[in-house]
Design a protein around this ligand. Structure first.
Ligand code: M5T
Ligand code: MG
Length: 587
């Protein structure tokens, strides 16, 4: 679907599987309105019976006794009310269910699509903004389908049916009553266009506010530690105030709408009363017909005053639709290949890499590095040198601008993401634990693991001891992002999770930075055992962590500057040996 076609068209094409429901629901909405407009006609006929008796309209149809005529009217009334109620029930059920289904489907496809988008895209978004799309915008659409669509259809039905009846009874009067309608409709549209801009601002402000709240709640420790509560209250106040102002400016405009419409309808109503009344006095219009006209003009008023709200709903729904569908249309930058390796042996090669984050200096200037299958490689380098980024390129969280990354000799761009990412177990520098128990979090690495496997990986990660001391042991809730655990405990759960994944490549990015020396030494021994038959990459600032690696690579100024075993690098008297001296206090 092209982005610049009308959101309504795009919405329909999104809902194409529900075509039949939409048609049925529309039919029921129209029929409900149609029968809803019948009572004024019944009133007219009743007046006609009382005034003209045998000569009445029904009398002309063959029922000469006025008492019979009323019986017929009662029968008609019952039928009409039953029909109206039935159609009301059906349109409500159909539209509302459609609204729920559409909401669910859109939210799911938005979420699925977001999950597939690459990291580069995420770095340009705010969580608050994305939440606003998946909640507010999707809900807005639900509200429109729930009520707005029926309203629009019923306004159109009202104008057509009322207009038709009037033209049938008294064309002169009908013209007067209908003249304001197009003016009102066009006016409403223009009005809503202007208010649409204000609503866009409202929405942007609420996204900003959400972002801020979200960030503050997750960063509450930082706020407290800097005793920044007052400052943060001010920031939230400012954002909330801007939001309120944006809303107020929208309210000012939208509140004037209904009174204006009412004035326009006043014209139609008084004209009808007057011109119709004169015609009735002159005997050119029957009393029955005059009653119909007066009552039915009333029927025009109500839906037209609602037109403002309806356009409002429509406008917001279209803005939301555009945002949701734009999101769905965002191209996924990382396109996966279709090669899948049967058994990954774990040979990794970075070849002449060039990569920079958007708008930033290049991280690498032609970096090349080969890691052999089964080898344990340590990577060290100053902070910001690009160690973590190298792992992101390996996992294709980003793609390099030049050069290539190969796994078992195959360019990672040719592999399926399942194969590539499935063969790497990563303990990242910023581990996320999910709300749930300790056990759930470890199981995240392999949901169908046996109890024995879980215990084994917790053992390797040196996590058994502290899990045992937790109040509910394995069932202890870790809280959002594991905030009820210590930094080192979180890290060990993350290691256990990665160990459980049992992938041919293990990447530990500052994975033991938060544990004490003794625990780290224990961890090292178990990781050493674990790394026997897999490629292991250990990134660390603490050099003792990588000391026993087969080879250590020093990453500096966009390339690998030193490479070798610990002893060889010490011999080299380069950056590594200087760092070692600093860290061991020899210098
Ligand atoms: C390498 C920059 C960062 C640094 C360089 C994640 C990220 C990083 N950078 C961006 O411009 N945008 C981003 O989204 O890239 O960063 P790194 O690879 O994370 O460095 P490191 O892992 O070697 O550092 P550290 O501190 O973890 O030891 O210039 O600003
Ligand atoms: Mg890093």
């Amino acid at each position: 679907m092209v982005k610049d076609s009308h959101p309504l068209t795009r919405l329909f094409s999104q809902l194409r599987d529900h075509r039949v429901t939409i048609i049925l629901a529309s039919f029921c909405s129209v029929m409900n309105k149609f029968w809803d407009l019948a009572p004024p006609v019944l009133i007219g006929i009743a007046v006609d019976v009382v005034a003209l008796r045998e000569e009445s309209f029904l009398g002309d149809m063959g029922w000469s006794d006025p008492r019979d005529q009323f019986l017929i009217l009662v029968a008609l009334t019952v039928v009409i009310w039953v029909l109206e109620s039935l159609f009301e029930y059906f349109y409500a059920v159909l539209w509302r269910n459609l609204a729920q289904t559409a909401q669910h489907e859109l939210r799911m496809s938005a979420y699925k699509h977001i999950q597939d988008l690459e990291m580069r895209w995420f770095s340009e978004q705010t969580t608050g903004g994305l939440m606003a799309i998946m909640n507010d915008d999707v809900n807005q659409l639900e509200r429109f389908l729930d009520q707005g669509a029926t309203d629009l259809l019923q306004v159109a039905t009202t104008v057509i049916v009322v207009g038709g009846i009037m033209f049938y009874i008294a064309p002169e009067v009908a013209i007067l009553a209908i003249i304001p309608v197009p003016i009102i409709v066009i006016g409403s549209f223009m009005f809503q266009r202007r208010i649409g801009e204000r609503y866009t601002r409202v929405r942007e402000e609420v996204a900003d506010l959400n972002s801020l709240l979200n960030n503050n709640l997750s960063g509450i420790t930082t706020i407290k530690s800097f005793t920044a509560e007052e400052r943060e209250i001010e920031r939230v106040r400012a954002a909330s105030e801007t939001y309120r102002k944006a809303n107020q400016s929208a309210i000012r405009l939208s509140a004037s709408f209904v009174p204006l419409i009412r004035m326009a309808i006043l014209f139609a109503f008084t004209a009808n009363m007057l011109v119709g009344g004169w015609m009735a006095l002159d005997g050119r219009l029957s009393i029955g017909a005059y009653s119909v006209i007066v009552f039915i003009t009333q029927r025009l008023l109500w839906p037209l005053t609602r037109l403002g709200q309806t356009f409002d709903l429509y406008q917001r729904a279209m803005a939301s639709t555009a945002r949701v569908l734009d999101l769905l249309d965002t191209d996924i930058g990382i396109v996966e290949g279709d090669v899948s390796i049967e058994r990954v042996s774990g040979d990794i090669e970075f070849l002449d890499l060039g990569f920079s984050y958007q708008g930033r200096e290049p991280v690498y200037k032609g970096l090349s590095l080969k890691i052999n299958s089964g080898e344990t490689l340590g990577i060290v380098g100053s902070t910001g040198a690009g160690k973590t980024t190298l792992m992101s390129l390996l996992m294709r969280l980003h793609d390099p601008q030049s050069g290539s990354v190969k796994l078992d000799g195959i360019d990672v761009r040719d592999l399926t993401l399942e194969c590539l990412r499935g063969s790497i177990a990563l303990v990242s520098q910023n581990t996320t634990l999910f709300p749930g128990s300790v056990r759930d979090n470890i199981l995240y690495g392999k949901p169908n693991a046996t109890e024995e496997e879980v215990l084994n990986s917790a053992n390797i990660a040196e996590a058994m001891e502290f899990i045992r001391t937790l109040p509910d042991g394995w069932e202890t809730e870790v809280g959002e992002d594991g905030h009820r655990l210590s930094g080192g405990q979180r890290q060990r759960l993350a290691i256990a999770r990665a160990v459980l994944k049992d992938a041919p490549i293990l990447v530990l990015d500052e994975a033991t930075s938060n544990v004490d020396n003794e625990t780290e030494a224990a961890l090292q021994r178990s990781i050493e055992k674990l790394s026997k038959n897999r490629t292991t990459i250990i990134i660390a600032h603490r050099l003792s962590t990588v000391r026993n690696a087969d080879r250590i690579a020093v990453l500096d100024s966009g390339g690998i500057t030193e490479m070798g075993s610990h002893d060889e690098l010490i011999q080299l008297s380069g950056l590594y040996s200087r760092l070692w001296a600093v860290q061991t206090g020899v210098a």
